[in-house]
Design a protein around this ligand. Sequence first.
Ligand code: APR
Ligand code: ZN
Ligand code: ZN
Length: 363
Amino acid sequence: MKAAVTLKTGKGFTTTEIRIADPIGREVLVDVKASGLCLTDHSLMANDFGFPLPAVFGHELAGVVTAVGPDVTEFQVGDHVVGCLVQWCGRCQPCIEGIQTDCLNPLAVERSAGEEPRLVGSDGPIYQGMGLGGFAEKALVHENQLARVNDEIPFSRAALLGCGTVTGAGAVINSAKVAPGDTVAVIGTGGVGLNAIAAARLAGAKTIIAVDIQDTKLDMATRFGATHVVNSRNTDPVEEIRRISGGGVDYAFEIIGLPATQMQAIAAAKTSGTAVLVGMGKPGAKIEIETSAAFLATHKTIKAVMMGSTNLKRDIPFYADMYVAGRYNLDDLVTNEISIDEIDEAYDSLASGTVIRSVITRF
Ligand code: APR
Ligand code: ZN
Ligand code: ZN
């Protein structure tokens, strides 16, 4: 099959022919119809994080089931499915409690060292990124990492559900539990932030304040449900959020990963409000908080969240249904549809600020 393989760190994605194994145990073979280009995959290609190379990255995939292993119970040939990078065993205590993101044994969903590798190239085994390897015509995935979605959602939209949507929307719905009438600020309205805004609208937030430094992103934010926009290049976002919300918001989401904007989120939360930290800081990044009586008297909560605390079997079908019902905007997230040999160019175009997500739909 055709796959876009990362051969060496920093050398991009090279389309080549590789072999994919047949499903065993609880594995599902998926004919990939759409695969999103998350920045994380670019980062995995450009930096050495210790993952073996060559590798097939790509973790935002949607497609059709074409074969199932003998122990698969949940999927059948023809099902439309979406992959998710959350790896969970289903047996440990957090998994039993439904908190898949806290699984203690995530690698249980990959093949073990003694087994035939899922992907093999002319020079030997190829590493399958995050147990998915979505930059390819086919993906062989453990059933725990797949969710079934309704047949009406286009694959190019469904592909985004497993990463950007569960992360941004999950922070709002699962972690913060935003309720009707709440006030919300979202600092950083890129691919993940726009999903947080869409979810805040879905949850019934009264006021949704989008903060970014790019006007193109803020224009986009209004299409997802922002009621107010603040360009923090020109204006102090904390003062502006306080002014709009009348003293601070119930929930301030930081979706960039910078200490300065994390501090803005903490400052923009109202007394007894919550700052939700979604953006990943660089290793070693820190924030400093004064712990004087004045701060304690704010009764604020600072909440960390990873992958939107998602339960992927529950959340992915839910967002797909909301999209089909016209209640969740995914269309405006997909700005480019590309072919599998255009990944390098598509990542380069992200810098322009007009691209939210490129999705491979031609293999
Ligand atoms: N102030 C306000 N907005 C900013 C600033 C800043 N100082 N710096 C960057 N931004 C905006 C950008 O203009 C962009 O719209 O933040 C947004 C980031 O969006 P993307 O680059 O599309 O990133 P995204 O995929 O949304 O991920 C954001 O969430 O889950 C995490 O790892 C992910 O840390 C990353 C974050
Ligand atoms: Zn991602
Ligand atoms: Zn587990």
